[in-house]
Design a protein around this ligand. Structure first.
Ligand SMILES: [Mn+2]
Length: 506
């Protein structure tokens, strides 16, 4: 079944769900497989390689080896069956998260390094056969060029995928040895399916929208199941998430650079924040600095002053419209407040996520400093507790307890202590699993006084073999350092004080 009418109604929605249920029960629903197997990963090796890596001048040979190592982890980890990861040209609009371009393409990009036009109409097939694993890339681009770019030896035309899967399901019921030399890929797939579970791991949307037109790859999933009801479709996230959770050298190097660039943007933007400019203008400085350094936005930058300036109207965002709403407003900065930024540059598709606070007059008032120090105390205590084996819930409870003890601030703390960061600002990962070396996360909490100041802090941290690496520690966070930062001019002062409209030079 393909997409719904754009004029989606609740009644049509129920009908759609009912149809979906009956199709699923007739043809075999998406199932869960056995637990993924362990795969080779060593944080010490990866972090050393990251330190030696120059992300501004990537070595193509090294990059091909990095993507090959990722595919090897999938081969080691997949418990049975095969995996087919489609490239995804378009995100569905989202309910929960801010839209990031190419976000749904991240699994494909993670395994191939291909994005944008290079990944248009493409799919990666991974078969962990015992007598020799196979990796096949179907592309609508030039197979020779894609072969060179990825280092994948078996690159085929996208149209060939239909033929390969047709032959595989023709023959897998009774795998025919006569086919192995003629059609090695379908034969390997058929053999894999006839010797174990008939499972295919495929990439479902990470951010589903049931009321929107279906992603185009769903048609292929449905056809496969229609012709081969014994085939079990499984969510590739079962295998991919544990791999994406543990960051390799390239991930780690990109995350560090993303944090550096974010720090640069925050320092420039905060220094400029003063009455006479608007919150939006501060946001634009941060975003400019990111783009100047070759990064993009991991998510829309928020720059907001509290106590909330009277001119700012808080709008309720209708569901599904979150992608279109600016998180900063065209309202003037008012003396006496604190500027809050929640922001993260994304460098080569690895996002950071940082929050900082600074007084727009250059000095915290004694009351502001007291509240700020409470939030800082929580932040340092939680980061200090991060080590292998630590649990998300323990960190969360620790934050709530200290916020409570510091003045009953826990009642205004409405979210959770943090999230994984990676290709996605809110990256994939298991929040029940004890922490492992190589995980990267954002720790966020704060004191939000109703009608008063919001003192929220957020940092990026990597779990190491022995504890943690507070990657964003150098972005001013001690109150004295924050004040010092605010007493130094921004490089943008000259630009920001130019008259508007600009004079025409003849
Ligand atoms: Mn965050």
């Amino acid at each position: 079944m393909r997409g719904l009418s754009p004029r989606f109604t609740p009644a049509a929605g129920l009908l759609f769900l009912a149809t979906l249920t009956s199709v699923a029960s007739a043809q075999g629903a998406k199932t869960s497989g056995p637990a993924p197997k362990p795969f080779s990963y060593n944080y010490t090796v990866e972090t050393k390689a990251a330190a030696a890596m120059d992300v501004s001048h990537l070595d193509p040979v090294q990059m091909r080896a990095i993507y090959a190592a990722r595919r090897k982890r999938v081969l080691e980890s997949m418990p049975e069956g095969a995996m087919l990861i489609f490239s995804v040209d378009e995100n569905q609009p989202r309910h929960l998260e801010y839209q990031v371009p190419q976000s749904e393409n991240h699994d494909f990009e993670f395994l191939t390094g291909l994005a944008g036009l290079d990944s248009y109409d493409s799919a990666l097939l991974i078969i962990p056969a015992e007598d020799g694993p196979r990796v096949v890339l179907y592309t609508s681009g030039n197979p020779e060029a894609i072969k060179v770019a990825t280092g994948i030896e078996d690159v085929r035309a996208y149209a060939k995928m239909e033929e390969d899967f047709s032959i595989a399901i023709t023959t897998y019921r009774d795998w025919r040895i006569t086919q192995i030399r003629r059609w090695p890929v379908p034969a390997a797939l058929a053999k894999q399916w006839s010797s174990g579970a008939r499972a295919l791991y495929v990439n479902y949307p990470r951010f589903p929208r049931l009321g929107q037109p279906e992603p185009t790859r769903f048609a292929f999933f449905a056809t496969l199941q229609h012709y081969s009801p014994a085939l079990q479709l499984r969510d590739s996230a079962e295998v991919m998430d544990p791999i994406r959770e543990l960051h390799d050298a390239y991930d780690l190097a990109c995350l560090r650079r993303a944090v550096q660039i974010t720090g640069d943007g925050i320092v420039e933007g905060m220094r400029l924040a003063r009455p006479g400019l608007t919150e939006s203008q501060i946001m634009e400085v941060l975003d400019f600095v990111y783009r100047y350094h070759g990064a993009t936005l991991g998510f829309p930058t928020e720059a907001q002053e509290t106590p909330i300036p009277p001119q700012r109207v808080i709008r309720q965002v209708p569901e599904g419209y979150i992608a279109f709403v600016s998180r900063s407003a065209d309202v003037p900065i008012v003396a006496g407040g604190v500027m809050h930024v929640d922001t993260g540059a994304s460098f080569l598709d690895h996002s950071s996520d940082i929050q900082r606070i600074a007084p727009v007059d250059g000095h915290f008032t004694p009351e502001q400093r007291k509240v700020y120090e409470a939030a800082l105390k929580v932040q340092k205590s939680v980061i200090e507790a991060i080590k292998p084996g630590a649990k998300w819930w323990d960190l969360h409870n620790l934050a709530v307890k200290i916020l409570h003890d510091e003045g009953g601030y826990d009642q205004y703390y409405k979210y959770g202590i943090g999230h994984f960061v990676g290709m996605e600002v809110h990256d994939e990962g298991d929040y029940e699993k004890p922490m492992l070396p190589g995980m990267a996360m954002a720790i966020e909490q704060g004191v939000v006084l109703p009608g008063g100041v919001h003192m929220q802090l957020e940092d990026n941290v990597i779990v190491t073999e022995t504890g943690h690496d507070w990657v964003s520690q150098s972005i001013p966070i001690e109150p004295d350092d924050v004040e010092k930062m605010m007493q130094t001019s921004s490089s943008f002062v000259g630009f920001a004080s130019k008259p508007w409209p600009p004079a025409v030079v003849k």
